[in-house]
Design a binder for this molecule. Structure first.
Ligand code: HEC
Length: 189
């Protein structure tokens, strides 16, 4: 009986280790939500300021250096890995991994059935080489201003600048309101 109890508590311990308590997951999700919102706000701020000051060609150059910089700084400050991804990326280092692809596909199906793009989010705990990782994604809709650089009809100057910096760009042809991509955050737990 004693052996049985011991075995049972070891088993319960293993299960607990595999799945963090619900309140921990809720806290992590809230933290990820806040960081994504801050990431989005900072990117929009830089984009709007540079579009106004120098126009879209200048803004591409700024986006090229600032977007990864903001992501890296937030990652350092917050203890999370903060990034953006999409099914069609401009920067190849933003390419979606397996879990991200799967969520983006699920969202696309939900959107086709009428779900509002801006509200979609997802989270999970995945095992990565024996280390548990909390992952979070939040959808990014395509707004009007985004069409300057991600739409179907780019100005020749914009198209040329994008080709120069991103020869393998796949992030054009989006329509207003469509799913453009996602904020993607992760943290070891
Ligand atoms: C001035 C041009 C410009 C505008 C306007 C613009 N983007 Fe981008 N976008 C870029 C560039 C350049 C990158 C690549 C940044 C990098 O190297 O990480 C990018 C990358 C992205 C990515 C990361 C995935 C990828 O394709 O690499 C997302 C998501 C994204 N943009 C969404 C948006 C949204 C949403 C808007 C509108 C609110 C927007 N963009 C407006 C130029 C632009």
């Amino acid at each position: 009986m004693r052996i049985f109890t011991l075995a049972l508590s070891a088993w319960a311990g293993a299960v607990l280790a595999a799945t963090p308590p619900a309140e921990d997951l809720a806290r992590l999700e809230q933290e990820a939500r806040t960081i994504s919102a801050s990431f989005g706000k900072q990117l929009k701020g830089v984009l709007q300021a540079t579009m106004l000051a120098g126009g879209p060609v200048e803004a591409i150059k700024v986006c090229h250096t600032s977007a990864p910089e903001i992501a890296q700084r937030l990652s350092r400050e917050q203890g999370w890995t903060v990034a953006r991804t999409s099914t069609r990326v401009r920067n190849p280092s933003n390419a979606a991994d397996e879990w991200e692809q799967q969520i983006l596909q699920q969202w696309q199906d939900k959107i086709e059935r009428g779900a509002p793009v801006g509200k979609l989010e997802a989270s999970t705990v995945l095992d990565r080489d024996g280390e548990q990782t909390f992952r979070y994604m939040r959808a990014i809709p395509t707004g009007e201003v985004c069409l300057n650089c991600h739409g179907s009809r780019l100005s020749p100057a914009v198209a040329e600048q994008i080709k120069l910096l991103y020869p393998n760009d796949a992030a054009t042809g989006f329509q207003k309101g469509e799913l453009r991509g996602a904020f993607s955050l992760e943290k070891s737990i």
